[in-house]
Design a protein around this ligand. Structure first.
Ligand code: HMH
Length: 222
């Protein structure tokens, strides 16, 4: 703590893009209670598709950690715990969908979901370095962690029926998990080549863009 890593420098430099992803109108509408429930249902179904696509992506990050991390024991453990928790997350989506009357078997991917899933697939290729994929993984998780934590602040008016969703990504344990991913990414970024650093920063920005498109699609402002 206290020491400013590469990721903190990026967050400062790209604060507007980061805020576009973490303080999107859709998140603000959850936080102030004005959300249209049909937008929430759209998000739920599309995010279920996204989270399923996240499984092989996180598995690919795990393999890269195993193969070429300089500290692979702890890196593998951290990534494995994230992979394992996706199983519970998928069950949560199935349960939540049934509570809201959303038929997951009939969900078709919207453009933003398909684009984001294809981006994940491109990152799964073996030639994509661990530094790049762990940076993307951290960015993907921290956007939700930050956005949903915002909906749980004391002055938030998040509707009671959406509190549990916000808790999923806004809880302290998930916050700690994102910190662990950030530490791994920072450690790798500190010692990678300038060329890789430029690529990693661009990957971070692409995650933010996909996140904004994903919220836009859910809010039907696409
Ligand atoms: C679109 N981004 C999207 N969905 C998620 N579930 C996360 C990030 C976090 O896992």
């Amino acid at each position: 703590q206290g020491e400013v890593g590469i990721i903190d420098k990026w967050l400062k430099k790209h604060l507007l893009m980061y805020m576009a992803a973490t303080r999107h109108p859709m998140i603000l509408s959850i936080r102030d209670g004005s959300i249209n429930i049909s937008c929430f249902k759209t998000w739920l179904g599309q995010d279920y598709l996204f989270v399923r696509a996240l499984v092989p992506f996180v598995a690919s990050v795990l393999i890269k950690a195993w193969n070429d991390s300089d500290d692979s024991n702890t890196d593998v453990e951290v990534i494995l715990s994230g992979l394992a928790s996706l199983k519970d997350e998928i069950s949560w989506f199935q349960n939540e969908a049934s509570n809201w009357g959303v038929q997951l078997s009939h969900i078709v991917a919207h453009k933003a979901t398909g684009d984001y899933c294809r981006f994940l697939e491109s990152l799964m290729l073996p030639e994509v370095e661990f530094t790049i994929s762990i940076t993307a993984y951290w960015a993907i998780e921290v956007v939700y962690q930050d956005a949903f934590t915002h909906c749980l602040e004391d002055d938030a008016k998040t509707p009671p029926e959406l509190q549990e969703t916000c808790q999923r990504w806004g809880n302290d344990e998930f916050g700690q998990y994102c910190q662990s991913l950030k530490k791994i990414a920072n450690r790798r970024l500190e010692k990678c080549s300038d060329d890789l650093l430029v690529k990693a920063e661009a990957t971070f920005l692409r995650v933010l863009e996909h996140e904004v498109q994903f919220w836009n699609m859910s809010a039907m402002v696409e």
